[in-house]
Every structure is written in structure tokens, then in C-alpha cells.
Design a binder for this molecule. Structure first.
Ligand SMILES: Cc1cc2nc3c(=O)[nH]c(=O)nc-3n(C[C@H](O)[C@H](O)[C@H](O)COP(=O)(O)OP(=O)(O)OC[C@H]3O[C@@H](n4cnc5c(N)ncnc54)[C@H](O)[C@@H]3O)c2cc1C
Length: 411
């Protein structure tokens, strides 16, 4: 069976890997002209995604490229002394296995693990999909039309396959009251395994770096009462909105904002969550952020994307390629994880960007506690937490592995 996947970041290559291992023939089309190498942003792999990385034979490479962020220096506007936070021990308490890695490093590792067995087409995009009784006729922006048995959109929050199949994105995205920006800047502070954040009511700016990264990444999160008015291609307007949101913040944040005029990589988006009742129609389905992105930077979307891709491939294999059985089974299997990730993201957005000085004080007190308590106690407290802080570790993976040993894919 020939299966076309749109998107070669996280969900796409994981899906391609497992589809190939189950005996399908995947093709991945990616809009970017080459595998992404601009860095992107740090993402998290929690227990079930680490388990899948291990089953794919790429865990060692993932761990070698981990950012290793262990410490966080938490500054609050108007307060001289920062709080030093053991962020590594906190993350170990919410998940038994965790790695933070730059998204593009992860995408490169996943591409390397599949490139010999899977056809990749870079620099193209699906232009139209026409469903027939026995397959799909797919036209591309530049390549010749081709026929596939199934099409899977793994092309992110602003998915092209979703738009072509389900209609305009605004029908499914829910703004959760905040915005997110990331830029690349020189690592003047020599940050290695440390993140420094500056928080005020309704806004948080932070910068982090790692030894193997050439630059540092500045990240900005801020809340607004109503949606901002800008075009998604108008970066100058987005930069202005960012400057306004962080007006009169600390000089360190001003220094980060100065980089807006020079940065080679800038990202700005609303923090929106996708809410679809079903993400499959006919011979088309969605995986990762395209179908169930819980919200960038707040919902653990990367682990969800890895698990979703693994489960989709597994259910297709279990149903012998019959998508009418496999797609509903896939949605049932990860539905609960998706719903809980959305709920988690809403809470995380509120927690990470407190709206008042009083709430910032509470956050600082909690951060201090995480740092002074023994790690075992922090872990025990996390296990008692009923609001879902250990969300990912409650996911049980089905073993869809075909017979035979995993072929080591690491290069
Ligand atoms: C700033 C930021 C910070 C984040 N922080 C975290 C974090 O701390 N922890 C965490 O777990 N997650 C985080 N996330 C979310 C995480 O990046 C996503 O959940 C994850 O990357 C989802 O993977 P994906 O493969 O589904 O989609 P994506 O990684 O978005 O990849 C989609 C791919 O599709 C390609 N594509 C797009 N359009 C087309 C097209 N028309 N044709 C072909 N290809 C196309 C894109 O180029 C891209 O390669 C963050 C996201 C952002 C933006």
C-alpha cells in the first residue's frame, strides 16, 4: 500500500518509520527545500515517546543531542533576587524518562533513521486530493500527479492536508489567550544547560542555550485580553507587537528585543489549540499537531505527536491496511491522551504566564519548594498530584512491533 505523508518534522518521519516496518510503502513530502537545520525550539520527549525512540533504535542519538537544561534562573520584575530552580529535577518528577532536544535535531535524527528506506520529496506540497473508490489522486505544487491509497497530514498546526480535507483552520483552532515568539541570538551569557527567565504579570521572556548549539534561543510568552490584529506573513508588525508587549521590561529583556533587528530566525504565533471531534475523513487522516496540537510550548505536543504516529501505523498494520477500521481505532486509542493534553495545556498556559504579581509570588514559592525538597519527595508529590502533571507517564503503549529485532537505525 502506498501512503503519502505530508510533513517531515516529528510525526511524519515517526509514521514513515513504523509504516515501513509494518510493510507499507510510505512517501513523505515536505514543503521545506531540505531537512530543517535552523534549530527551531526545544521540545520534550516524555516516557512513552522515549520508549518509542528506543524501539526505533534512535534513543542514544536523542540523548546525545539533548539540551541538558538542568537549571533555571527565575527573575521577577521589581524583585532584585532571582529564584534558582532545579528544572531538571522537576521534569524528572513529572516523567520517569525525559529528554529536551531542539526540534530540528530531533527531525534530523528521525530523517536519518528513515531516509534509506523511505522516499522523501523536499520542496513540494500537496495542491489537491481527489478521493476515488480505490485510492486518491494527488496533485502537487511542482511534482507530477500521483496515486496513493492513503494520505496522512503530519504537517503541523497550520496543516495543508487538514485545510484541503476539512476546510478553513479557523473552524478548529481555539486561541487560549496568549502569544509566543522565539528568536535566535548570540549566546553572550555562555548558557549551557541553564535557562534564564524574566517574568512580569502576563508576560515571560527567557533565554537558553546548550554546548552543541551555535546560538542561544530567546522565547517570549505573553497574554492579551483579545486577539491581536496582524497578518501571519507580516513579521515587522509581529516584531512591533512583541516590543509593545514587553515595553518597560528589564534591561536584559530589552537586550533580547534588540536582537529583533538582526536575528536570522524569528517565529511568532498565537497559542492556539486544535479541537476536532474526528481527524479522519475517507482515506485521509491527520497525525501530530495537524490533528490534535494541544498548543505550542504548553501542551507536550511532541510526545503526543510521536505516540500518535506510532499508534496510527500500528493500527493500520493491525487492520491489514483497512483504513475504515484502522482510523477509528487510532482515534479511540489516543483520544483520551489528546483530551487530557488539551486540558493540561490550558492549565500550563495559566501557570507559566501568571496574570498578577500575587500569582507570580505563588509560582516563585512553588519553584523554591521544588528546588529545596529532596528529589524523591518532589517525585512523590508529583505522583500525588491529581491535575495531571504526570500526564504522559499515564499513557500505556500497545506493542505493535512486527516480529524480529529492531534494526539499529542510528548513524
Ligand atoms: C515556539 C514553540 C515552542 C514549543 N515548545 C515545545 C515544548 O517545549 N515541548 C513540546 O513538547 N512541544 C513544544 N512545541 C510543540 C512542538 O513543536 C510540536 O508539538 C511538534 O513539533 C509537533 O510535531 P509535528 O510533526 O506534528 O508538526 P511540526 O513539528 O509542526 O512539523 C510540521 C512539518 O510539516 C511541514 N509542512 C508544513 N506545511 C506543509 C505543506 N504544505 N506541505 C508539506 N509539508 C509541510 C513543516 O515544514 C514541518 O516540517 C513548541 C512549538 C513551538 C512553535
Amino acid at each position: 500500500m502506498r501512503i503519502l505523508i505530508s510533513g517531515a518534522s516529528v510525526a511524519g518521519p515517526v509514521l514513515a518509520y513504523w509504516l515501513h516496518r509494518h510493510g507499507f510503502t510510505p512517501t513523505v513530502v515536505e514543503r521545506a527545500p531540505a531537512p530543517r537545520k535552523t534549530g527551531g525550539h526545544a521540545v520534550d520527549l516524555f516516557t512513552p515517546a522515549m520508549e518509542i525512540a528506543e524501539r526505533m533504535g534512535v534513543l542514544e542519538r536523542v540523548q546525545a543531542k539533548a539540551t541538558g537544561t538542568e537549571h533555571l534562573t527565575f527573575h521577577r520584575e521589581g524583585i532584585a533576587r532571582p529564584v534558582e530552580v532545579g528544572i531538571g529535577r522537576f521534569l524528572r518528577s513529572v516523567s520517569d524518562r525525559h529528554a529536551e532536544i531542539m526540534r530540528d535535531d530531533l527531525a534530523e535524527i528521525l530523517h536519518d533513521a528513515t531516509r534509506d528506506d523511505v522516499e522523501y520529496v523536499f520542496g513540494d506540497s500537496i495542491a489537491s486530493i481527489a478521493e476515488r473508490d480505490d485510492g486518491l489522486d494527488v496533485a502537487f505544487d511542482t511534482g507530477a500527479p500521483r496515486r496513493f491509497d492513503l494520505v496522512i497530514g503530519a504537517d503541523g498546526l497550520h496543516s495543508n492536508v487538514r485545510r484541503l480535507t476539512f476546510g478553513e483552520e479557523s473552524r478548529f483552532t481555539h486561541w487560549i489567550g496568549a502569544y509566543l515568539a522565539v528568536l535566535s541570538m548570540p549566546n553572550d551569557l555562555g548558557l549551557d544547560g541553564r535557562m534564564v527567565t524574566y517574568s512580569g504579570p502576563g508576560r515571560m521572556a527567557g533565554v537558553y542555550g546548550a554546548r552543541h548549539m551555535d546560538d542561544a534561543r530567546a522565547v517570549f510568552l505573553f497574554r492579551t485580553d483579545r486577539p491581536l490584529d496582524y497578518h501571519h506573513r507580516d513579521t515587522e508588525r509581529q516584531k512591533d507587537l512583541l516590543r509593545q508587549a514587553f515595553a518597560e521590561a528589564s534591561p536584559q529583556v530589552g537586550r533580547m528585543l534588540d536582537e529583533l533587528d538582526r536575528t536570522p530566525a524569528f517565529y511568532f504565533d498565537s497559542i492556539t489549540q486544535l479541537r476536532m471531534d474526528t481527524w479522519s475523513r475517507g482515506r485521509v487522516t491527520l497525525a501530530g499537531d495537524a490533528g490534535y496540537g494541544p498548543g505550542p510550548a504548553v501542551g507536550g505536543g511532541t510526545s503526543l505527536a510521536v505516540v500518535g504516529a506510532y499508534v496510527l501505523a500500528g493500527e493500520l498494520a493491525a487492520a491489514g491496511g483497512d483504513h475504515t477500521r484502522a482510523f477509528p481505532a487510532y482515534e479511540r486509542e489516543i483520544g483520551d491522551y489528546v483530551r487530557r493534553s488539551r486540558a493540561f495545556a490550558l492549565g500550563a498556559a495559566r501557570g507559566l504566564i501568571p496574570g498578577s504579581h500575587a500569582r507570580l509570588r505563588i509560582l516563585a514559592a512553588a519553584a523554591r519548594l521544588v528546588t529545596v525538597l529532596p528529589e524523591g519527595t518532589v517525585r512523590a508529590l508529583a505522583k500525588l498530584n491529581r491535575s495531571g502533571v504526570r500526564l504522559h507517564d499515564t499513557v500505556t503503549l500497545k506493542d505493535y512491533r512486527p516480529e524480529g529485532p529492531v534494526r539499529a537505525q542510528s548513524r
